[in-house]
Design a binder for this molecule. Structure first.
Ligand code: OMP
Length: 274
């Protein structure tokens, strides 16, 4: 039987001593010129980033929009990228899916059985039936959007509903859906107070925390409030702040340097608080 998502996550976080997740949000417009001599420049970019950083991370997150936008080759680029990532590393398909039941089943088929991501980001707005198809396997996690990192998060997520913000209802529901211990939450690094609050409500859930780097989230509070009591179970995603560290041929080397810097900063805060 396959190991549970949480045990796989803990194992890799301990092995690499890293909570860092690199966001492979590979914008074809930012891929260096020399990679265009290959058939699939996005894949070539990803391959070099993965090879240069795989000993420094616990996860890679692929935001599928960056591939879908390029066209028909999307499926292959994602597939080949996933094949390059060592089996022990968590792969997160960031598609923010969620739909009426039968449509969500098709989405889950793509992410969980075809690409076979270890985790998928899911939008809970359409309720339990939108999330359930992503929760069929113990070894695969659904990261439910709770508090997002962007400014417009306040349009809906903070609305007062029966005395508490809407996002807290999402967190409470996610807790109920967690019967197989394979639900996680997305909380933006730009929202430290909310992160603290949510970690108290769900002490043992994995949290996917994007927003460090380009979005200027605060790393210290992300580590301090995002981790569980052992200094684990936070997956800290950084995309642009790592993968676009250089526009030149040395982009993978520079990405490695940036990844080391972030991993070490995260670990220094873990030492301090745990
Ligand atoms: P960078 O800002 O380049 O580090 O990338 C952030 C990544 O995290 C993008 O793929 C976003 O779509 C994603 N993200 C957020 O930035 N904020 C959120 O609240 C949630 C996500 C996400 O679900 O991953």
């Amino acid at each position: 039987m396959k190991q549970s998502f949480i045990s796989k996550l803990k194992k890799i976080q301990r092995k690499t001593n890293s909570l860092l997740c690199i966001g492979l949000d590979t914008d074809v417009l930012k891929v260096p010129e020399f990679l265009f001599k290959y058939e699939d420049p996005q894949y070539e970019f990803n391959r070099r980033i993965i090879d240069a950083t795989k000993d420094l991370v616990c996860a890679y997150k692929i935001n599928t929009a960056f591939y879908e936008a390029v066209g028909e080759h999307c499926w292959y680029t994602v597939h080949h990228t996933l094949a390059r990532i060592p089996e022990e590393i968590i792969t997160i398909g960031d598609g923010k899916r969620g739909d009426i039941g039968n449509s969500a089943e098709k989405q889950a088929h793509q992410f969980c059985f075809d690409w076979e991501f270890a985790a998928t980001t899911v939008n809970p707005y359409m309720g339990k039936e939108a999330v359930e198809p992503f929760l069929q396997r113990r070894d695969q996690c659904a990261f439910v959007l709770a508090v997002t990192s962007n400014k417009s998060a306040k349009d809906f997520q903070y609305l007062n509903v029966k005395g508490k913000p809407l996002y807290e209802h999402v967190v409470a529901q996610a807790k109920k859906w967690n019967t197989k211990k394979n639900v996680g939450l997305v909380v933006g690094a730009t929202k430290p107070e909310e992160l603290k609050r949510i970690r108290k409500i769900v002490p043992d859930m994995p949290l996917l925390i994007p927003g460090i780097g380009a979005q200027k989230g605060d790393l210290e509070s992300t580590v301090r409030y995002g981790c569980d009591k052992h200094g684990e179970l936070a997956i800290i995603n950084i995309g642009r702040g790592i993968i676009y560290s250089s526009e030149g041929d040395n982009f993978a080397e520079r990405a490695r340097e940036a990844a080391i810097k972030y991993r070490d900063q995260i670990n220094a805060y873990r030492e301090q608080y745990f």
